[in-house]
Write a protein that binds this ligand. Structure first.
Ligand code: V0V
Ligand code: CO
Length: 140
């Protein structure tokens, strides 16, 4: 079901400062930036490698408001790893299969994600405390 780790999402208070740190320290390049109002984030993707069906990235996330998912996370836990996203060939199919096993989906249908992807989240409490995202990269 999982083809690759698509990205690790990192919650931060100041995305510009974190972009500077990651690109200078680890020699990573920002390949996409977006404000996603639906998810309440300003995000940047830093490219790591290319894999089957898509690449892998670090995703930096700055909250648009305190009551957004990332805003609440930072208030409760501080900055750091927020979610792990896995690449899947078909997000709707993966959601159905995973839901059948009793894992709660946080989305009823796929949402718009970074770089034209389709995404859906799984409840962290059902995945050993890890907020999990499914990503279907756009078809070329
Ligand atoms: C909350 N919890 C987490 C967590 N956030 N555990 C692990 N990782 C996280 N990131 C725990 C929290 O400590 C609570 O446990 C419990 O889950 C319920 O959390 P809560 O604070 O009471 O509830 P909320 O209202 O903060 O909701 C948490 C969830 C919410 C996960 C349901 O954040 C959500 O719907 N997230 C999905 C959307 C999202 O995160 N979007 C931003 C990334 P205790 O204290 O009860 O034990 S957008 C993105 O990645 C994009 C656009 C992309 O990739 O393209
Ligand atoms: Co993400």
């Amino acid at each position: 079901m999982f083809m690759r780790i698509d990205h690790i999402g990192i919650a931060c208070k100041d995305i510009e400062a974190k972009i500077a740190f990651f690109s200078e320290t680890f020699e990573l390049t920002v390949v996409a930036r977006e404000v996603n109002e639906e998810q309440g984030v300003k995000e940047a993707m830093l490219h790591i490698a290319d894999g089957e069906g898509g690449g892998s990235y670090i995703q930096l996330l700055e909250p648009l408001s305190e009551d957004s998912p990332v805003g609440k996370f930072i208030a409760k836990r501080g900055e750091g790893v927020h979610h792990v996203a896995f690449g899947v060939p078909d997000v709707t199919q993966a959601m159905a299969k995973i839901s059948e096993k009793g894992v709660r989906l946080l989305d009823e249908r796929p949402r718009h994600g970074s770089m034209g992807s389709e995404i859906a989240f799984l409840h962290p409490k059902d995945v050993g405390g890890m907020l999990t995202e499914l990503v279907q990269a756009p078809r070329l």
